[in-house]
Ligand binder design. Structure first.
Ligand code: HEC
Ligand code: HEC
Length: 274
């Protein structure tokens, strides 16, 4: 069998992808994914968008027992930032998920993104000026998503909309508030490797641009620009590369700060159809 090797390498400021096609054997190597800091405010290690999401969740789930001051339950001072029953953030998340059996502290079915929000708020509770926290309005955000923000021209939610961009039906439970905010403000800088648009050149020279749905050693499945599902045999490709520029415009092109907060509040309500 003739040995046929191709090496396509894409280098840029962020992660490096190397695609090696060797007689049908492909290696996809992802090296280094420096976390980017864009529109990112910190209170210590916690990010503003996560804290604000936590404030909202606290209001809906915790306030009635622990109060705004965090000290309404005897022997518990949430604002102290230190707890009897949990020391690490991971333990605290576990406690919020399981509740405390045998006490009034209830179990909850929080997503990882919600737990990140709650813990970010609990840990910073004593430093936060609540009057300065501006929470978005998810109802307005949902209108912006299909209207002025034009998000629905590329994204699908709960079965509606095109497949050319990632389906956002459960994005609110799989990404944290801070991650989503970065995606909105700087799509290219925060693009995940799996979401990179791909460009495949077939042996006859035809170029297929699309979005990667799946990839294994021998094949790659993409949705092309016409929303057709294509399964490509890697050994028959002349070239396979991933683009590093996001096709998504930053939300600031169409929306102001308040509108982006509304959109973020809406994205955080998307938890998939269950
Ligand atoms: C129905 C009332 C109730 C609700 C709602 C509730 N809690 Fe509690 N929580 C309690 C009680 C009571 C305790 C103390 C249990 C014990 O140790 O005896 C407690 C304990 C805790 C502790 C442990 C404190 C420590 O020092 O170990 C944390 C943290 C906590 N709650 C956070 C929360 C958060 C965050 C929420 C909302 C997601 C919440 N709680 C919702 C009643 C409640
Ligand atoms: C021109 C098409 C297009 C438009 C318009 C667009 N997006 Fe995107 N979006 C994409 C593509 C393609 C990706 C995947 C690549 C990336 O992450 O940048 C993406 C990624 C995302 C992600 C990250 C997904 C993940 O897996 O973490 C979010 C969140 C998002 N878009 C939300 C929005 C919102 C909200 C709007 C409206 C303000 C919008 N997009 C407008 C094409 C678009």
């Amino acid at each position: 069998m003739p040995k046929h090797t191709q090496f396509a390498r894409i280098t840029h400021t962020g992660p490096v992808i190397s695609v090696l096609l060797t007689g049908g054997i492909a290696l996809l190597i992802l090296i280094g994914n420096p976390s980017r800091a864009v529109g990112q405010d910190h209170v210590g290690q916690y990010e503003q968008a996560d804290i604000e999401f936590g404030v909202r969740l606290y209001g809906a789930n915790c306030l009635r027992c622990h109060a705004e001051t965090g000290d309404a339950v005897a022997g518990v001072d949430l604002r102290s930032g230190a707890y009897n029953r949990a020391s690490s953030d991971r333990e605290l998340m576990e406690l919020l998920r399981t509740g405390i059996p045998g006490t009034a502290m209830p179990p909850n079915n929080f997503s990882d993104s919600e737990l990140t929000g709650l813990v970010s708020y609990l840990r910073t509770m004593r430093d936060i000026d609540l009057s300065a926290v501006a929470l978005g309005d998810n109802t307005r955000g949902s209108v912006l998503f299909t209207g002025k923000g034009a998000c629905a021209t590329c994204h699908r939610v709960n079965g509606l909309g095109p497949r050319t961009a990632p389906d956002l039906s459960d994005i609110g439970s799989i990404r944290t508030a801070a991650t989503l905010q970065r995606s909105l403000l700087d799509p290219t800088g925060s693009m995940l490797p799996i979401n990179r648009p791909v460009s495949a050149t077939l042996s006859d020279g035809t170029v297929i641009n699309g979005r990667r749905l799946n990839e294994d050693t021998y094949t790659i499945q993409v949705i092309d620009q016409d929303e057709r599902l294509r399964s490509l045999d890697k050994s028959e490709l002349r070239e396979l590369s991933a683009l590093t520029e996001s096709p998504m415009p930053p939300a600031t092109e169409l929306l102001d700060t308040e509108e982006i907060a509304d959109l973020l509040a809406y994205l955080l309500t998307l938890k998939g159809l269950e």
